[in-house]
Design a protein around this ligand. Structure first.
Ligand code: PMP
Length: 299
């Protein structure tokens, strides 16, 4: 649980090109985004003084906005600079950085043609997404009550606020049953992702991951696929149905917040070990984000 509310903290927030005191970074209650979810955001992490995959995140922010029909009034490189500036104000070497862009209060109603686009960037120390003990043992998942929608029903590749409604509901349902997160299927009944991270399964020594055709193709996911290939592991991207979970020996999730986190069980139906592949990739990812040399496959 976060102890201090997010509107009552020290520090500064980058807001529409200016740096303002943290508590003054406010928006009006009649902002379009609050009513109609016209908002896109990013989550990045800095390690050892550097923001990991900074430009990739800001490019995705731009693409997400485009998918919601608006343009961010700052270029990717301007956003990169603003993220670095905001991170540097924390004085810390590690932080979570959250840029967000949203439609303002210039028009109220479903149509939003006149709304101006606002951008804010905040950086803070986020407590671990999953506790360190839970991470080492592996976290437990429960089945999500909601499914990832068909790409014909929503802009599913955007990191857009509206798509998180079903994630919050699913995560709450999982937490009510004592699990850490929810496993979401997609509209076809295939394995999709958790509420904020991508899935990987080890079957017969090979790494399998669902094709991201209706959910976020995570930046961590792509990094981890490269790390796995670098180690000589075969990575197969394909449609995976829940029936195959019984064949998986290891399972893990990837995400900016989750990093590489092993899964111990799903709803006490399927159990997995925190095995060699998972441990190897946890360490390799840690080396990568911290700028340390990455080990190659042992011949
Ligand atoms: N899926 C969802 C729904 C997410 O919120 C996230 C976190 N941004 C991810 C996957 C993983 O994406 P990334 O590795 O880019 O953080």
């Amino acid at each position: 649980m976060d102890e201090v509310p997010y509107d009552d903290r020290d520090g500064v927030i980058w807001l529409n090109g200016r740096v303002v005191p943290w508590r003054d970074a406010k928006l009006h209650v009649l902002s379009h985004a609050l009513h109609y979810a016209s908002s896109v955001f990013e989550g990045m992490r800095a390690y050892n003084g550097n923001i990991f995959e900074l430009s990739a995140h800001n490019e995705r922010l731009h693409n997400s906005a485009e998918m919601l029909g608006f343009e961010i009034p700052y270029s990717v490189s301007e956003l990169d600079d603003a993220c670095r500036e905001t991170f540097n104000t924390t004085g810390a070497s590690e932080a979570y950085i959250r840029p967000i862009a949203w439609r303002g209060p210039e028009q109220m109603g479903v149509s939003a043609q006149a709304c101006k686009i606002n951008v804010a960037i905040a950086a803070w120390q986020w407590p671990a997404y999953f506790t360190p003990e839970a991470r080492m043992k592996g976290i437990s998942l429960d089945w999500a009550p909601y499914r990832r929608p068909d790409p014909l029903t929503a802009p599913v590749h955007a990191k857009a606020a509206g798509l998180y409604m079903i994630c919050t509901l699913s995560k709450h349902a999982a937490e009510a049953k004592g699990s850490s997160d929810a496993l979401m299927l997609d509209w076809r009944g295939q394995l999709a992702e958790t509420t904020g991270a991508n899935l990987f399964l080890v079957i017969d020594g090979k790494i399998n991951t669902p094709t991201p055709d209706c959910f976020l193709d995570g930046i961590t996911r792509r990094s981890v696929i490269k790390l796995a290939q670098n180690r000589g592991y075969e990575v197969i991207e394909r449609a995976i149905f829940p029936e195959e979970l019984g064949k998986a020996t290891e399972m893990f999730v990837t995400g900016t917040a989750a990093e590489v986190t092993p899964i111990s069980n799903i709803a006490d139906e399927y159990y997995f070990e925190v095995g060699t592949i998972t441990k190897t990739l946890m360490n390799d990812y840690d080396d990568l984000v911290n700028g340390r040399p990455i080990a190659e496959a042992a011949e």
